[in-house]
Ligand binder design. Structure first.
Ligand SMILES: *Cc1c(COP(=O)(O)O)cnc(C)c1O
Length: 226
């Protein structure tokens, strides 16, 4: 598989998503592939854009700001998703740059985003990250706090949250985490579920993923950790 080009691997992932949709009785058009291009330079992303992929995920505001404006000039219909942790002092740039933010996870960030959304008149789609594994080093709202955080986003900050996102602990089987997130989304009538990465997008599709975030299965092993 690593002998193949990113475009060939993109096609394999697209076929894998279609197969999983068919296996689990999902409408394939309800599943969006977010191609995670973090750490890869623009020249590695360009062929994937040329092959028709339009939705991309990045983890770092500064990196995305350096790479994407140029690519966007050539591909104006690109949709850019922030999937990495966001510092409140980068909220302005994040609202400018991203069409969706998957990592809203604390009141200070909700406040900063609400301010920028009002100022810029531009509203990225917002997902709340849930720390389903309750890992201290990981971002995300603790499961017990999800109800009150969603309520604060709506009532206190006037934000529309569209869905939930999680990154299961690497040592756990992912499915129980995906199932928990699916249950929470249903409880709150949220339609978007950002779950599943290269190793587990099949299980994520079985458990209701609307967005799978796939990096290394398309672009290969990342040049540095991230
Ligand atoms: C890097 C990253 C991915 C992609 O991971 P792969 O295993 O390379 O597919 C997905 N989601 C998040 C939040 C990431 O940071």
């Amino acid at each position: 598989m690593s002998d193949n080009t990113p475009v060939e691997r993109l096609e394999q992932v697209q076929a894998g998503i279609a197969r999983a949709a068919s296996d689990y009785g999902r409408d394939p058009s309800s599943i969006t592939l977010v191609a995670v291009s973090k750490t890869f330079p623009a020249e590695d992303i360009e062929p994937v854009l040329a092959a028709g992929q339009r939705v991309f995920g990045e983890n770092y505001v500064q990196e995305a700001k350096a790479k994407w404006p140029g690519l966007r000039e050539r591909y104006p219909d690109v949709e850019l998703h922030l999937i990495g942790p966001l510092q409140s002092n980068k909220a302005r740039e994040a609202v400018q740059l991203f069409d969706a933010i998957h990592t809203l996870d604390r009141p200070s960030l909700a406040e900063a985003l609400a301010k920028e959304i009002a100022k810029q008149g531009k509203t990225p789609r917002l997902l709340v990250q849930v720390n389903t594994g309750e890992e201290p080093q990981k971002g995300g709202v603790m499961p017990a706090d999800v109800d009150s955080f969603l309520e604060a986003c709506r009532d206190r900050y006037g934000l529309t949250v569209e869905g939930l996102m999680c990154i299961p602990p690497s040592e756990d089987p992912p499915s129980p985490h995906f199932a928990l997130l699916n249950m929470m989304a249903k409880k709150h009538g949220l339609k978007t579920l950002s779950i599943g990465m290269s190793a587990d997008y099949d299980a994520a599709i079985q458990l209701g993923a609307t967005h799978v975030r796939v990096g290394s299965a398309i672009f290969g092993t990342r040049p540095r950790a991230g």
